[in-house]
Write a protein that binds this ligand. Structure first.
Ligand code: NOJ
Length: 529
C-alpha cells in the first residue's frame, strides 16, 4: 500500500469529545481525557480517530455552531492540549481527523457579527441575506433541517433583512459564492493541516452551495427538510453541482499534505448523487448513509451495499458506520443480544472504511435523558451520553456528567467487557485484529452471494486469500446453499463466529452452510479457484 493512502485500510473511531473522558472533573469530556485513553484505542485497533467539534461554540447545535474555527473551546482544553493529543496519538500510530464545518458558523462568530451590523459592511455578503417575503414572512420556502426550527430564515432587527440558516437560527449559512469566504476557509484548512492533522470529516458537504437567485423549491419539494428526489426536479438549497468545485478545491489543498484525506458527510438519499461526491477529484470517501437506515433484514443490507458499490467510481471506498452522534445506536435500533455482534461483523468485513462510534464496541444503548434535562434541538441527546468506562460512571468523570449516563452501564462497560474475551468488546477487538491481518479484508474485492432473505453472505478475496462472510439475520437456524460460488471447496476453516464458543480453526461444512440463529461467521475458503 502507498503509505499516503493509509486511510483505505484503516479502522476509524468517532469520538464525541464532550462524552468520551473528562480529565478535570467538570462533567464535560475534554481533549486531555482523550489523550489519557489512547492506549485503550490502540488496544482496540483504531487506526484513526475522528473528533467531533471541540471549537468554541455557544452550543446552539452542540459544537456544530462554531464561533472560532481555529481555537479550542475552554471546556475541552487548549491548543496545547490538542497538540499533545496529536503527538501522543501519532506516537501510537493513531491518526487524527477533525470536523470541518464549512456550511455555517455560529451567530457569535465575529464574521457574522460584522455581517449583520449593516447593509454595507464589507462582510455583509459573507452570509446569505434577503429581504423578507410577502407579508414580512421568509424570503422563500426553504426549510431548516430541524423540524423544531421551522423555516430556514430568521429576521434580523438590525437591518430588517433575513439570513439563511439550514440548521438552527444560531447557525447562519456562509455564502460560498463569495471568494473571500473561500479564502477565509482555506486558511482554516491550512491552520489544522499545518498543526499536523491527518484529515477532515466534512460536515454536510452537499449543502455548501445554494441557488444563486434563492428561488423557491418546487411545491412538490417544499415540505422536504433533508435531501429527497422527485421526478419533477431538484431541490434548490442543497446538492447543487457547484458544491463539487468547493470540494475539489479542498482536495487540491489536501494533496499538498500527503497522507491526509477527507471523509464526507453527505446525507443524500440518491446513491447515484452520493457516488459523485467521493473517490474522484473531490473527497476521498463519504459515509454510506443508507447503510445505517436499513431495517434488520439481510436482503436490505445486501441491496444497499451492492447498489452504492455498483455506482461508485472504480476503486472508491464508502465509509460504513452503524451509529453516530446523530443516529441512534445499534442496540437501540436493532435490539441487544446477538444482533450487535452480527452488525459489527458486517461493518468490519465489508469493502469500505469502517467507523466505530464510541461506545458501540461495548453495546451502549441510547439513553434519552428525562424531558427536563434534554438539551439538543433535534432530540439526539440519547446517543451522546458519556462513555461507560465502568459500572460506576467514575471512569468518565469524578464530577456530575453533563448528560445522565445510561442505565445499561452494569453490562455495557469497558472494565467488565475487557475482562471477558466473549464480550462484544472482545468481538470488536478480534474483528479488528483479523481485519488488520487479512489482505482480503483490508483491500480485497467483494462479491455478494445469492443467499435469500435471511442471510447476507459475501466473499472477500485477493490473490492468495479468500474469506466467506455469512450473516444470519434471522432468529432461527438457517442453511444456505452456496453452490453458485465458483471453485467452492466442500468445507472451509472457521476464522471467527459471533458465537464466542465456536473455536477458530474448526472445519465448516459449506454444502450447505448452516448458521445458528443470529450468527455471523467468517470462513477461510482458501485461495482463488
Ligand atoms: C451534521 C452534524 O453531524 C450534525 O450533528 C449537525 O447538527 C449538522 N451537521 C449541522 O452542522
Amino acid at each position: 500500500m502507498n503509505q499516503d493512502e493509509w486511510w483505505r485500510e484503516a479502522v476509524l473511531y468517532q469520538i464525541y469529545p464532550r462524552s468520551f473522558a473528562d480529565s478535570d472533573g467538570d462533567g464535560v469530556g475534554d481533549l486531555s481525557g482523550i489523550t489519557d485513553r489512547l492506549d485503550y484505542l490502540a488496544a482496540l485497533g483504531a487506526d484513526a480517530i475522528w473528533l467531533s467539534p471541540f471549537y468554541p461554540s455557544p452550543l446552539a447545535d452542540f459544537g456544530y455552531d462554531v464561533s472560532d474555527f481555529v481555537a479550542v473551546d475552554p471546556a475541552f482544553g487548549t491548543l496545547d492540549d490538542f497538540d499533545e493529543l496529536l503527538r501522543q496519538a501519532h506516537a501510537r500510530g493513531i491518526r487524527v481527523i477533525v470536523d470541518l464545518i464549512m456550511n455555517h458558523t455560529s451567530v457569535e462568530h465575529p464574521w457574522f457579527a460584522e455581517s449583520r451590523s449593516s447593509l454595507t459592511n464589507p462582510k455583509r455578503d459573507w452570509y446569505i441575506w434577503a429581504s423578507p417575503g410577502a407579508g414580512g414572512g421568509p424570503p422563500n420556502n426553504w426549510l431548516s433541517a430541524f423540524e423544531r426550527c421551522g423555516p430556514a430564515w430568521s429576521h434580523d432587527e438590525a437591518t430588517g433583512q433575513c439570513y439563511l440558516h439550514s440548521f438552527t437560527p444560531g447557525q447562519p449559512d456562509l455564502n460560498w459564492r463569495n471568494p473571500e469566504v473561500r479564502a477565509a476557509m482555506r486558511k482554516v484548512w491550512h491552520f489544522w493541516l499545518d498543526r499536523g492533522v491527518d484529515g477532515f470529516r466534512v460536515d454536510v458537504a452537499h449543502r455548501l452551495m445554494k441557488d444563486a437567485e434563492l428561488r423557491d423549491n418546487i411545491p412538490e419539494l417544499a415540505h422536504a427538510r433533508r435531501h429527497v428526489t422527485h421526478p419533477l426536479g431538484r431541490q434548490r438549497h442543497l446538492d447543487l453541482p457547484e458544491t463539487l468545485d468547493v470540494l475539489r478545491d479542498l482536495r487540491r489543498t489536501l494533496d499538498a499534505y500527503p497522507g491526509t484525506f477527507a471523509l464526507g458527510e453527505v446525507p443524500i438519499s440518491d446513491d447515484r448523487r452520493l457516488a459523485e461526491y467521493f473517490g474522484g477529484d473531490g473527497m476521498h470517501t463519504a459515509f454510506h448513509i443508507a447503510f445505517w437506515e436499513q431495517p434488520w433484514r439481510a436482503a436490505a443490507f445486501r441491496e444497499t451495499v451492492d447498489r452504492l458499490a455498483g455506482l461508485a467510481r472504480p476503486g472508491a471506498l464508502p465509509t460504513y458506520a452503524l451509529a453516530t452522534h446523530d443516529i441512534s445506536r445499534t442496540v437501540t435500533r436493532y435490539g441487544g443480544g446477538a444482533r450487535p455482534r452480527v452488525a459489527a461483523t458486517m461493518m468490519l468485513t465489508l469493502r469500505g472504511i469502517p467507523c466505530v462510534y464510541y461506545g458501540e464496541e461495548i453495546g451502549m444503548a441510547d439513553a434519552p435523558p428525562p424531558v427536563e434535562q434534554r438539551l439538543d434541538v433535534d432530540g439526539r441527546d440519547g446517543t451522546r451520553v458519556p462513555m461507560q468506562w465502568d459500572e460506576t460512571g467514575l471512569g468518565f468523570t469524578r464530577g456530575t456528567p453533563w448528560l445522565p449516563p445510561g442505565d445499561d452501564r452494569r453490562e455495557a462497560n469497558v472494565a467488565r467487557q475487557m475482562a471477558d474475551p466473549g464480550s462484544l468488546l472482545g468481538l470488536y477487538r478480534r474483528l479488528i485484529s483479523l481485519r488488520h491481518a487479512s489482505a482480503a479484508l483490508r483491500r480485497g474485492d467483494q462479491r455478494s452471494l445469492e443467499t435469500g432473505e435471511d442471510v447476507f453472505a459475501y466473499v472477500r478475496s485477493c490473490p492468495g486469500e479468500r474469506l466467506l462472510i455469512a450473516l444470519n439475520f434471522a432468529s432461527r437456524a438457517t442453511s444456505v446453499d452456496l453452490a453458485g460460488l465458483p471453485g467452492l471447496p466442500g468445507d472451509g476453516r472457521l476464522e471467527l463466529s459471533t458465537d464466542a464458543d465456536r473455536r477458530t480453526g474448526t472445519p465448516v461444512d459449506l454444502r450447505p452452510l448452516t448458521l445458528a440463529a443470529d450468527e455471523g461467521v467468517i470462513v477461510r475458503i482458501g485461495d482463488h479457484p
